[in-house]
Design a protein around this ligand. Structure first.
Ligand SMILES: *Cc1c(COP(=O)(O)O)cnc(C)c1O
Length: 370
């Protein structure tokens, strides 16, 4: 692994989460959202682990993420949820990725690029106002025209909920449903309709439709919004002390001397910093656990290192928990005034990721070296 700072990914808990989600939405396809390096959990190993659990529909945000997955396995079904710029459509076709389309213009370009049928999903704007075809007098006509293109197969259609409140989410869902019904009257049946992310899936069983797009819940990241689902966190972040010493009362620590010892203390240095994804805003605020004891991070968090203080001796062989049993992602997110997804999405490529199954290491991913 070459580093003491590492992420441990528990694949048994992943399997548990997949089962919980599948039994919650029985007749609906589980689409696994793997954007942002699978929320920091490692794109390729997570795809493989999910595929072994009979999940084979993967959603990513960008074309390069899709290409990376395609290189792993020709059998993955891979959808790009974001916009693919026109000049890259050729690569998209070449790698057999499913684009998200929201204009006749782009559908026409795509149609000209291929001689084979290509599956696309339409993105429909229902109120989030990010990406999607707006619903107006021309929408049905535009979709009819896309449908009529020789090589384009409208395999799916989707929208995204704002999750503001039940009334506005229901309005979004109804707008989407209504458009789908109108298309039916023109004999356009779109087989894979989807609108739910993790929270949508938990809150609105009636909105599950043909597929749910699940990120956070899969990784065990929902704490308050998981409803009755039994979901377990799968990631922990741990390290080991690289240096321990005593400093005297009045001595200071790190850039800007933002910590001043009020008595003689042990200072332990830890080999991770904000370049590993630990928020720099936690300077003099963050903490770690060693053997169920909490230690404050003192002084500025550096790019690659940070320091903790202790009144009692520190053992360099002990495992230091940064995220895990005592510090869930939610706690760290609250402390840094952000959300769970931002914390995990920032976890750096240079952190080795260790995959565990039945208490055994089954894979090590070292993104920098491979
Ligand atoms: C990220 C994303 C999801 C997954 O959201 P979670 O809350 O993590 O489940 C679903 N749909 C779209 C369009 C997304 O961008």
């Amino acid at each position: 692994m070459f580093r003491d700072s590492q992420l441990i990914i528990n694949l048994d808990n992943l399997a548990h989460n997949v089962n919980s989600i599948k039994s919650y939405c029985k007749n609906t396809t589980l689409g696994a959202v793997l954007k942002a390096n699978a929320y920091g959990h490692g794109l390729k190993p997570m795809a493989k682990a999910l595929y072994d659990l009979d999940v084979n529909y993967f959603l990513v945000a960008t074309l390069p993420e899709g290409i990376a997955l395609r290189k792993e396995n020709p059998n993955y079904i891979i959808q790009i949820m974001g916009h693919t710029p026109n000049q890259y459509l050729k690569a998209l076709v070449e790698h057999q990725l499913i684009p998200t389309i929201f204009s006749l213009e782009q559908a026409t370009l795509l149609n000209e690029l291929t001689q084979q049928p290509i599956d696309v999903h339409l993105k429909i704007e229902t109120g989030f106002n990010r990406l999607g075809m707006q619903i107006n007098d021309q929408t049905v006509e535009e979709i009819k025209n896309i449908h009529a293109l020789d090589h384009i197969r409208i395999k799916g259609a989707f929208s995204h909920l704002s999750l503001m409140d039940k009334a506005s989410d229901t309005l979004q869902f109804n707008r989407f449903k209504e458009l789908m019904s109108t298309l039916e009257t023109y004999n356009i049946h779109i087989p894979v309709q989807h609108i739910c992310d993790s929270i949508g899936m938990v809150f609105y069983p009636a909105f599950h439709m043909d597929m749910v797009r699940i990120g956070a819940l899969l990784y065990g990241l929902e704490s308050e919004e998981k409803g009755t689902l039994d979901i377990r966190p799968i990631l922990s972040f741990q390290s080991k002390l690289s240096h321990v010493k005593i400093i005297n009362k009045g001595e200071r620590v790190a850039y800007g001397n933002r910590y001043i010892a009020s008595e003689n203390v042990y200072i332990g240095t830890l080999p991770f910093g904000y370049a590993d994804g630990y928020p720099r805003s936690l300077t003099n605020k963050g903490y770690v656990y060693i053997n169920t004891v909490k230690y404050p991070i003192v002084g500025a968090i550096c790019m690659d290192q940070c320091m903790i203080a202790s009144k009692t001796p520190l053992n360099k062989d002990d495992i230091v928990e940064i995220i895990g049993e005592h510090i869930p992602v939610q706690t760290l997110a609250d402390l840094a005034c952000t959300n769970k997804n931002e914390i995990v999405a920032q976890l750096a490529n240079r952190l080795p990721r260790v995959y565990i199954k039945n208490n055994q290491i089954v894979h090590i991913e070292n993104g920098l070296i491979e």
